[in-house]
Each structure stands twice: as structure tokens, then as C-alpha cells.
Design a protein around this ligand. Structure first.
Ligand SMILES: *[C@@H]1O[C@H](CO)[C@@H](O)[C@H](O)[C@H]1NC(C)=O
Ligand SMILES: *[C@@H]1O[C@H](CO)[C@@H](O)[C@H](O)[C@H]1NC(C)=O
Ligand SMILES: *[C@@H]1O[C@H](CO)[C@@H](O)[C@H](O)[C@H]1NC(C)=O
Ligand SMILES: *[C@@H]1O[C@H](CO)[C@@H](O)[C@H](O)[C@H]1NC(C)=O
Ligand SMILES: *[C@@H]1O[C@H](CO)[C@@H](O)[C@H](O)[C@H]1NC(C)=O
Ligand SMILES: *[C@@H]1O[C@H](CO)[C@@H](O)[C@H](O)[C@H]1NC(C)=O
Ligand SMILES: *[C@@H]1O[C@H](CO)[C@@H](O)[C@H](O)[C@H]1NC(C)=O
Ligand SMILES: *[C@@H]1O[C@H](CO)[C@@H](O)[C@H](O)[C@H]1NC(C)=O
Ligand SMILES: CC(=O)N[C@H]1CO[C@H](CO)[C@@H](O)[C@@H]1O
Length: 791
């Protein structure tokens, strides 16, 4: 890793301290304002104004200075934000208190007055103390006594034996709102050595009693691996603190917005927080954790998922593991609408097995499963039923489902649920499940000197209809002779372009229609397989896909014949100097069209197709400037050479999802990733990455992600447009793009969801900055450095 741009990148995330004098201290006459911060002496923590959401609401907070995902551990004015940090000041008052003022108004105060001269100091433990200026052990007030949602190592949580006052952790209301949420944690008010979790003041879990070494309900595995607790009892206080088992790791304990008590550890290598749940040990027992129509499971990477036929109501919150918003139907029920009387498809019931049934059922008198179904069917507000000797029905939203992996071994509550869905949902969903195809890729992704070599193992679980070779027409496809194509293209003379897998020529058929003729190279397929794959591709039709007209398979020649697209490729339109500037409306139309095309390939056509090579060169524009995806199906046509070509051709590199590089299973989410990268380019009119004059790589998505994360989207817009864009659409497009390029496949939306968001049908929250942007940038850089030095 001889190339250092990620180090420079670190600077993007932090402002230097702008205070003169001691950088960890606020003293009389030296208030903190605007973008100024103080930093603890060892450089671990930083204090200043921050705005967690996109709205102009600023808070004084303490966060980790060296962790790029801003993680706030304490908030001063959590219920009273200020609107402008520039006119707000955190200062030492005449009375010896630490106060936050906006204009002349006092917003927040530390409350403990002193006649002595005092200072406020941010310690390297994350504690903000107000103390006497001359005597550092004379502490008047400290943030550790007034926690927000986080309990830090070395901080005491417990109870004052004399006043009965307890330290209280209280969750944030939402990920963007630090005000007091519904959930809290504090010591047992009776003084017993245990902590309670409360929802709206009512206890719902406990850590169990302290036995001198551990709390009885905290699973030993997680507590032992991360932290050890220390009991501190004096005449005046009874409390606990904890220390990380391993000094070198950053650990925090907090009550999260969904009501789980978590310990999380920062993984420096992968730049991510890894959490374990302390209480309850079965997080699926948390009340309403997954929201309406959400289902909890311990076997999936995300605790909650939506029931079939439903999608997250707010994707952003969902991905950030705040599931409380629940899920919404993708397709409304027919029941009760006028179309149901005209004989359209009726609603159906879909079986979900091995579930813990939702809360609040009603019991009906029905003698058989059929009676139970028709009872539910006849009332449009009945959303589900279950029949097991008795008939249970549910009206309205369903809560607290849990998916078990095994019926027999687990909860006796598990059962069968019949969920009411619109008819189209059921067929669409179940067939898609069957069709999902996965390629397993193993890789050796080398050091700086070696170029990535990927070895592919193919594993298609697909049914194919093998069509025997014949002349003239196969299915809807024309089968051309080489001679005819040679004539049509004037001896392959008019070259339109060259891609990774072949060269494209312009041709004119005898009926005078214009076609694009692609001569494939590096094919690893035999004739039979080629014909089979081509006939599959030939059956795919959608307005946002380039239709395949026919093919040629003669000797070693493998040629595809497509409709000709008048307005060239998106790449030319965006990046060629002499091409006409695309206005914002057209760009948005293009972005949406591509998303629809991909959604069709992934979810709606008969045989699920991953494109695997989405980039602006593979998007063509027809006469109306509607986008059409081309080159789909190539992964299968090209066979084992495909990924090798993909990962060694420089032009494709910036669009490759991390799983290509790290050798993980490839799913259709690789297309989502590439789509996100491309969308950034459509918005900004600039290439994914460029090599600067001094030979350094400038990887555009990194600063772009930063700006989107800070809700500064206008600055990303192609400057040639002079700011002429619908800002709501722009924001939506930028956020979607950043969601699409998240590291975790599960965190990227499906193309179906992308379409919904771009149409404004789903909300989209501010995405996080993908944590791998450092290491991924590094790998990319390494490869590009080495491959260019090889030339
Ligand atoms: C901090 O604010 C000042 C004044 O508003 C501005 O000039 C400066 O660029 C800001 N610094 C950073 C690092 O944003
Ligand atoms: C300060 O004291 C007042 C009155 O005792 C109280 O209402 C207020 O909540 C206190 N504020 C803080 C920040 O502790
Ligand atoms: C400093 O303050 C502590 C706590 O109030 C007190 O015990 C100690 O005597 C003080 N030391 C001096 C030198 O004043
Ligand atoms: C919390 O409790 C208060 C009264 O104790 C009640 O008015 C309020 O509705 C409760 N909120 C929730 C979300 O349950
Ligand atoms: C961990 O920190 C404690 C207290 O700072 C220190 O005594 C101990 O030696 C440290 N352990 C390691 C392994 O660094
Ligand atoms: C459907 O069931 C709900 C809840 O039991 C009831 O209030 C409603 O009247 C029923 N509607 C019809 C049309 O029977
Ligand atoms: C499910 O059941 C199988 C056999 O009945 C057992 O081997 C497996 O461990 C069970 N899995 C879980 C998660 O209980
Ligand atoms: C796009 O195609 C149409 C139809 O062929 C043509 O009239 C138009 O000039 C083309 N636009 C550009 C910018 O090439
Ligand atoms: C289409 C496009 O802009 N591709 C670029 C992506 O980034 C690589 C690496 O710098 C460039 O070489 C490609 O041209």
C-alpha cells in the first residue's frame, strides 16, 4: 500500500481545533462556537456542535475523534437543539457554570455554581468535567453523572445511597434525533445489584442480580469477551463500572433506539461497529422490535426482515437497524376495492410456517381450516389467520412475529400463519425465490504487485430449455448466416464501439432496418450452450432493455444482432466533450429507466439474470433518450473468462462491488452497486475516478459520499447545469446512489426498491459513508498503480 490517499482522506472527516490555547479546555472568555471543537488530551474524544439529521438542529456532543462514522457518546442539550452554531456559544458563566447560549437565550446549563474560577475540560475518558481552575481534583460537575444513552468504560452507573438519585441511560428518539426516547436503563430502585431496562418507565428486562463476578442474565460469552464489570460500593454510593477486556479496543455500552442494551466494539480494520446484545439475550423478545409486518429471526444477518409481499416503510432507518417503522404492502389488497367485484384476481393467503404467531389474535368459532379461511376472507380488515384445532384471526397490523429455523426444537408458540396478500404478490414472490441464482467466486486478491486473478466456479440453479439448432428462426430470434451479416455490415467495416467482450459494428438488414452487430471474442461456450443462452436472452423483453434480434453461430464465429440505438451510449452522452448536455430531467428519466430495466432483469423476467457489468458504456439511448440496458446475459455467454476479464479490464474497475474483489458470493446486488456508482456519474457528469497528473488516484465516490452524508447534494450536481435541478429529486438520487454502494449486500436496496424511491413512493434517509472506502480505495489504488506500471 504505497499509495497514501486514504490518509489524506482522514482529514476530510475532522476539523482541526480552532481554539487558541489549551485544546481540551474551555475557560472564561474563550467560548466554543460554530465549527470549533475541543479535543481530549490523548486525542480520543472531541466535543463540539453536531447535527445528526438533515434538518438544521445542532447539539453539543462528545464523539470519538478517530472513528470516521460519527459516533456520539454524550449530548448536552438533547431536548433543545440550537438552529445555528455560529450564533451559539458554549461558555463558562460568571456563576461558574458551563452554559450553552443561542443569541442571548440560555439553552442549557451545568447548573452547579461556584465562586472560584472554573474551567471545563474534556478528559481522555470521554468525561467532560467542570472544575476549579487551580485545583484539578475539585470537580463541580461532570458529564459522567448525566449520561445520555451511552455508558463508557470507567464511567459509574448506579445510585446515590443518600439522595436515591440514579444515573439513567435513555435511548435517542431515533437515529437522527437525540431527544429522550422511550427506552432507558438504570439500577434497580430498591438498591439491589441489578439493572433494569424500561420502556416508557415500565421495567421489561433485567440484567439479573450481580453474583460478585457477573450479572446472572447477561450471557457469559458476550460479557466475557468484551467487558468485565467492577462493583464499587462506598458509604454514599452503590455503583458499577466496566473495563474492556482488551485495552486496545474501543468499546461502548448503550441503549439503542429499539430498546436493546448493546455492547459494541469498534473494528478498526473493517471500520465498523460490531455489537452484541446484552439484554435481552433473545433480542426477538423485545416488544414490537420489528414494527408492523416485520419478522424477527436470529438466523439472518439482520434481526428483522419484512414478511413476503412487504417492503420496509423507511428503508434508511431499516438499514440502520431501526426497524420500528415496520413494513408496508407492496401491492394493496383487492378486497373492498371496486375491481374486486369485476372479477379481477382476488386476495390470496400465503403460508408462513415455523413462526411465533403475532400478538393480539381474536378467536373465532370455526370448525375447520376452510371455515377459518373463509371467515377471514370475508372481512377486508382481516390480515391473517391460523388454524390449529382453533381458529385465530388477526385484524389490522401484525406485530411481534418471530421466524424459527426449526419447528420442533424451539418455542412451543411456533405455528403456521396464513397471511393475506394481493394475488400478484404471491406468484411474483415465490417464483422469484425459486429462480435466484448465485455464482460463487473464489479469489486471490493479491498484494500491490499482483493483479487480481479470479477463479470462477459456476453454479446455476436454472432450468433451461435446450433448443436444437435450426435454420432461420429460433423462438423469437432470427438465426443469421455469417455471409448475410458480413454483407449487412459491409464486411464489418463501420465500427460503433469495442467492449470487453467484442466489437460492435453498424449494419443494415435487407428490410432496411439498422442493427448493431456484436462480434464476440473470448467465448468459453460450446455451440449448444451458446444457443441455449442466446434463446434465454432472446425471451427477455422490456422497454428499458435493448432487444436481441438474432444471432449467428457458425464455426468459431459467435455474433449477436441487436436493434440499433440512435443516440449512442450514456458514456458518450455524459463524458464526450462534443456531446449535447443532458438536462436534469433527462438524467432523472434515464436513472429511473435503467433502474426499471434492472428491476425487470432481477425480479420480473422468467429467468433471473444478473448483468454483472453495469457501466455507462452498456447503457444505450434510443431516439427518445430513453435508456436501454445492453449486454445482459453476457456473464453466462462468456463463461469462466468473464470475471477475469471484468477484474483486469481497467475501465470496469470503479464499478465493481467489493464482493468481486474479496471473493464472496455474487448476487444481483453487484448490479445494484454498479448502478449506484453510475448514478453518481449521471448526477455529477464526471467519471467514477481519474488519475491525477502526479499519478495519484482520485476516487470520486469518496468525497461524493461525504457530501451526500452531510446533505450537501447541490455541490455534486454537474456544474455545467448551473444548479438547474429539482433539489428533491437530486437528493433522492444521491441518497439512493450512496445506499447502493454500501459494502454489505444486505444494506443495498433491491432494484425494485430503487425504482420506488426514485418515483417518490418510498422515503430514503441519509446513508452512512461506506466503511470500506479506505481499504477498498487502497486495493483499487494498488491495482491501478500496478497495472499501469505493467504497461
Ligand atoms: C469554520 O468556520 C469558519 C467561519 O465560519 C470558516 O471560515 C472555516 O472554513 C470553517 N472551517 C472548517 C474546517 O470548516
Ligand atoms: C438545573 O436546576 C434546575 C432547578 O433546580 C432544574 O430544573 C434543571 O433541570 C437543572 N438543569 C440541569 C441541566 O441539570
Ligand atoms: C482540591 O480539591 C479537593 C476536593 O475538593 C480538596 O480535597 C483538596 O484539599 C483541594 N486541594 C487544594 C490544594 O486546595
Ligand atoms: C408513556 O406513558 C405516558 C403516561 O405514563 C402515556 O401518556 C404515553 O402515552 C406513553 N407513551 C407510549 C409511547 O407508550
Ligand atoms: C490496560 O489498562 C490498565 C489500566 O490503564 C493497565 O493497568 C493495564 O496494564 C493495561 N493492559 C494492557 C494489556 O495494556
Ligand atoms: C370486520 O371485523 C372487524 C373486527 O372484528 C369488525 O369491527 C368489522 O365490523 C368487520 N367488518 C365486516 C364487514 O364484517
Ligand atoms: C434444527 O433441527 C435439526 C435436526 O432436527 C438440528 O440438527 C439443528 O441443530 C436444529 N437447528 C436449530 C437452530 O435449532
Ligand atoms: C437522437 O436521435 C434522434 C433520432 O434519430 C435524432 O434526431 C437526434 O439528433 C439524436 N440526438 C443526438 C443528441 O444525437
Ligand atoms: C466509464 C468510466 O468513467 N470509467 C472509468 C472508471 O474509473 C477507471 C479508473 O480510473 C477509469 O479508467 C475508467 O475510465
Amino acid at each position: 500500500m504505497a499509495c497514501h490517499f486514504p490518509t489524506a482522506l482522514l482529514l476530510l472527516f475532522y476539523f482541526g481545533s480552532c481554539l487558541s490555547g489549551a485544546a481540551d479546555t474551555i475557560s472564561t472568555g474563550q467560548p466554543l462556537s460554530g465549527n470549533q471543537t475541543i479535543v481530549s488530551e490523548g486525542g480520543t474524544y472531541e466535543l463540539g456542535f453536531f447535527a445528526p439529521g438533515s434538518v438544521r438542529k445542532y447539539y453539543i456532543g462528545i464523539w470519538y475523534r478517530n472513528i470516521p462514522q460519527k459516533t456520539v457518546v454524550w449530548v448536552a442539550n438533547r431536548d433543545k437543539p440550537v438552529s445555528d452554531p455560529a450564533t451559539s456559544q458554549l461558555q463558562i458563566s460568571q456563576r461558574g457554570t458551563l452554559d450553552l447560549h443561542q443569541s442571548q437565550l440560555r439553552i442549557w446549563t451545568s447548573n452547579v455554581t461556584s465562586t472560584a474560577s472554573v474551567v471545563a475540560v474534556l478528559l481522555d475518558t470521554g468525561n467532560l468535567v467542570v472544575r476549579s481552575k487551580s485545583n484539578s481534583s475539585d470537580v463541580l460537575w461532570q458529564s459522567f453523572d448525566h449520561p445520555t444513552d451511552t455508558w463508557l468504560p470507567g464511567q459509574r452507573m448506579g445510585m446515590n445511597k443518600i439522595t436515591g438519585e440514579r444515573q439513567l441511560l435513555t435511548s435517542w428518539t431515533s437515529l437522527e434525533d437525540p431527544s429522550m426516547g422511550l427506552f432507558s436503563e438504570a439500577m434497580d430502585p430498591s438498591g439491589a445489584n441489578q439493572f433494569f431496562l424500561m420502556r416508557n418507565g415500565t421495567e421489561y428486562w433485567s440484567t439479573g442480580l450481580w453474583d460478585g463476578a457477573m450479572f446472572s442474565n447477561i450471557p457469559a460469552r458476550s460479557s466475557v469477551s468484551l467487558t468485565s464489570y467492577v462493583h464499587v460500593e462506598t458509604e454514599t454510593e452503590n455503583s458499577f463500572e466496566y473495563v474492556p477486556r482488551d485495552n486496545s479496543t474501543t468499546v461502548r455500552l448503550y441503549v439503542d433506539v429499539t430498546g436493546l442494551l448493546k455492547v459494541s466494539r469498534w473494528l478498526a480494520d473493517s471500520k465498523t461497529w460490531l455489537w452484541v446484545c446484552l439484554v435481552p439475550s433473545d433480542p426477538c423478545s423485545a416488544p414490537s422490535l420489528c414494527g408492523a409486518y416485520g419478522s424477527c429471526s436470529l438466523d439472518t444477518s439482520s434481526l428483522c426482515s419484512c414478511l413476503e409481499g412487504f417492503a420496509p416503510r423507511n428503508m434508511g432507518d431499516w438499514i440502520m437497524e431501526d426497524w420500528r417503522g415496520g413494513c408496508a404492502r407492496r401491492t394493496p389488497l383487492r378486497c373492498g376495492t371496486s375491481t374486486s367485484t369485476v372479477g379481477g384476481a382476488k386476495d390470496v393467503f400465503s403460508l408462513i410456517s415455523d413462526v411465533r404467531l403475532p400478538t393480539s389474535p381474536q378467536q373465532l368459532a370455526a370448525g375447520s381450516a376452510q371455515d377459518c379461511e373463509s371467515a377471514c376472507s370475508s372481512n377486508c380488515s382481516c390480515t391473517a389467520y391460523s388454524y390449529n384445532e382453533q381458529c385465530l384471526v388477526w385484524f389490522g397490523d401484525l406485530y411481534d412475529l418471530k421466524q424459527f429455523s426449526n419447528t420442533s426444537t424451539e418455542d412451543s408458540n411456533s405455528g403456521f400463519l396464513y397471511l393475506r396478500l394481493a394475488a400478484p404478490e404471491l406468484s411474483g414472490y415465490s417464483t422469484r425465490e425459486r429462480r435466484s441464482a448465485k455464482i460463487v467466486v473464489g479469489s486471490i486478491f493479491g498484494s500491490v504487485a499482483s493483479v487480481a486473478l479470479l477463479v470462477l466456479a459456476w453454479n446455476f440453479r436454472r432450468k433451461r430449455s435446450l433448443i436444437e439448432p435450426s435454420d432461420g428462426v429460433e423462438g423469437s430470434l432470427a438465426s443469421f448466416s455469417y455471409k448475410r451479416l458480413s454483407k449487412a455490415t459491409n464486411g464489418f467495416s463501420e465500427k460503433l464501439g469495442a467492449g470487453s467482450f467484442g466489437t460492435v459494428f453498424r449494419g443494415t438488414l435487407p428490410d432496411s432496418s439498422v442493427v448493431a452487430v456484436k462480434k464476440l471474442e473470448r467465448l468459453g461456450q460450446g455451440e449448444k450452450q451458446f444457443r441455449a443462452e442466446v434463446s434465454t436472452i432472446g425471451m427477455v423483453h422490456h422497454v428499458n432493455l435493448v432487444p436481441l434480434r438474432g444471432f449467428c453461430c457458425e464455426g468459431h464465429e459467435r455474433i449477436l444482432v441487436y436493434d440499433y440505438m440512435e443516440n449512442g451510449s450514456l458514456s458518450e452522452c455524459l463524458f464526450r466533450k462534443d456531446s449535447k448536455l443532458l438536462n436534469w430531467k433527462v438524467r432523472y428519466h434515464i436513472a429511473l429507466g435503467i433502474a426499471r430495466g434492472l428491476e425487470y432483469l432481477h425480479e420480473k423476467c422468467n429467468d433471473c439474470i444478473m448483468h454483472c457489468d453495469i457501466k455507462p458504456d452498456n447503457i444505450l439511448l434510443d431516439a427518445d433518450f430513453s435508456p436501454r440496458v445492453t449486454d445482459f446475459g453476457m456473464a453466462k455467454l462468456v463463461g469462466r473468462e468473464f470475471s477475469k476479464v471484468l477484474t483486469t479490464v481497467r475501465g470496469t474497475l470503479g464499478y465493481l462491488a467489493p464482493e468481486w474483489i474479496y471473493g464472496l458470493a455474487i448476487t444481483e446486488k453487484v448490479d445494484v452497486y454498479s448502478y449506484g456508482m453510475m448514478l453518481l456519474e449521471v448526477v455529477s457528469g464526471r467519471r467514477n475516478s481519474t488519475i491525477t497528473e502526479d499519478g495519484r488516484l482520485s476516487f470520486f465516490p469518496i468525497p461524493a459520499a461525504e457530501r451526500i452524508h452531510n446533505d450537501d447534494v447541490l455541490s455534486l450536481l454537474d456544474e455545467r447545469l448551473g444548479g438547474d435541478a429539482n433539489v428533491d429529486d437530486l437528493r433522492r438520487a444521491c441518497r439512493v446512489a450512496l445506499w447502493c454502494i454500501q459494502d454489505e449486500q444486505d444494506h443495498r436496496p433491491s432494484m425494485g426498491l430503487v425504482v420506488q424511491i426514485l418515483q417518490g413512493l418510498s422515503d430514503v434517509r441519509i446513508p452512512p459513508i461506506p466503511k470500506s472506502f479506505y481499504s477498498l480505495g487502497n486495493s483499487l489504488h494498488g491495482t491501478i498503480c500496478s497495472s499501469s506500471s505493467l504497461r
